[in-house]
Design a protein around this ligand. Structure first.
Ligand code: FAD
Length: 314
């Protein structure tokens, strides 16, 4: 059984669901270790120990060089552990990090993974969920990015002692690219789109008004998503786009409202566990993959659903 190393840019005492799923997956391997590219508080270290993590590698840096610090931290931790498996988040930044290190160390990278066996056979969905593929590295360390909601979050039965090592990194001040400015995005009370258990998505059918979609999402504690037609129209931020050129989601429940169900939209949502589609056109392709279809005007259906959910919750 290979040893596992998980990488996080930051880790707090309130880790995200996706972070907890990565720790759960790592706990099934030898000597699970974690590397974090910033300082980790004592409370956050307790959380790591509760997932069976035996070693934590940290290093904080003043360097304002995009991605270089994270790369150095993970590389140094990898060399310290000799891990056979490196687990990363499924975002673009982590994918790039994994790919760069896989090239550097003659290893392999597999993205969008939904499970990995003890002998490093990774499972992932391909071609918009039409195929389930098993892949195994032929050489070196496997770098894998885990698709959120694929693993049940499960802390270890008992905490283990956690050893902490501050990594000594080489100076990267001669790097060619520097961050000139950074602006934090406004925080939202809604769950992150790629991690949410419930997603409510709107398309061209909302006709410029995402109010009913957002209201139902808030009644359900859901994230808000959109088709490309809606984001291109400027009705909602591009971050909300689901599909081939947007994000991929796999929530327990996906509610599609006013979206026709083009192949490029399906590519990002059709592995959702249960799909409800609301469309006024009975022939809309989205009904082909829906578990429950409602033929109707979303401006009437969504507010009724939100009202009923609030009534039942009260
Ligand atoms: P439409 O196809 O116009 O459908 C609107 C639907 O709303 C219709 O079915 C209509 O019946 C229904 N409707 C209208 N009014 C109401 C109402 N009041 N109540 C209920 N239903 C109503 N698209 C994506 O979504 N994500 C991607 O990542 C993506 N990537 C792409 C990549 C490429 C290379 C290309 C070529 C296209 C991509 N697209 C993507 C675009 C995709 O092909 C579709 O054009 C897009 O998904 C259509 O969005 P839509 O379903 O909201 O709009």
């Amino acid at each position: 059984m290979p040893s596992a190393l998980v990488f996080f840019s930051e880790f707090s005492e309130a880790p995200s669901k996706a972070q907890r799923e990565l720790l759960t997956l790592a706990s099934g391997f030898e000597n699970p270790a974690v590397s974090v590219a910033s300082q980790v508080s004592a409370a956050a270290q307790e959380v790591l120990a509760s997932y069976g993590v035996v070693k934590l590698y940290t290093a904080s840096s003043e360097a304002q060089v995009f991605g270089e610090h994270e790369l150095s931290v993970l590389d140094a931790a990898l060399q310290a552990t000799g891990a056979g498996l490196v687990l990363l988040a499924n975002d673009n930044f982590s994918r790039e990090l994994g790919a760069r290190l896989a090239v550097r160390h003659n290893g392999a990278i597999i993205t969008d993974v939904i499970g990995i066996t003890g002998d490093l056979v990774a499972t992932k969905d391909e071609l918009a969920g039409s195929y389930s593929v098993q892949a195994k590295p032929t050489n070196g360390t496997l770098f894998a990015t885990l698709k959120p909601n694929s693993i049940e979050d499960a802390p270890a039965a008992a905490s283990v002692p956690l050893a902490v090592e501050e990594l000594a990194l080489e100076d990267s001040s001669d790097a060619k690219v520097r961050i000139a400015a950074a602006e934090a995005k406004a925080a939202s009370d809604r769950p992150a789109l790629t991690e949410a258990r419930v997603v409510v998505a709107g398309g061209r059918g909302v006709n410029g008004d995402f109010g009913p979609v957002e209201d139902l999402a808030d009644a359900l504690g859901a994230a808000v998503g959109a088709s490309r037609a809606a984001t291109d129209a400027g009705w909602i931020s591009h971050d909300a786009q689901i599909g081939q050129t947007g994000v991929t989601v796999a929530p327990q429940l996906y509610i599609s409202a006013g979206i026709s169900g083009a192949i490029q939209q399906k590519a990002g949502m059709q592995t959702s566990k249960f799909i409800i589609a609301i469309n006024k056109d009975v022939d809309a392709p989205v009904f082909e993959i829906a578990d429950l279809g409602i033929v109707g005007d979303l401006a009437k259906v969504l507010p009724q659903a939100a009202e009923e959910i609030r009534r039942r919750k009260a």
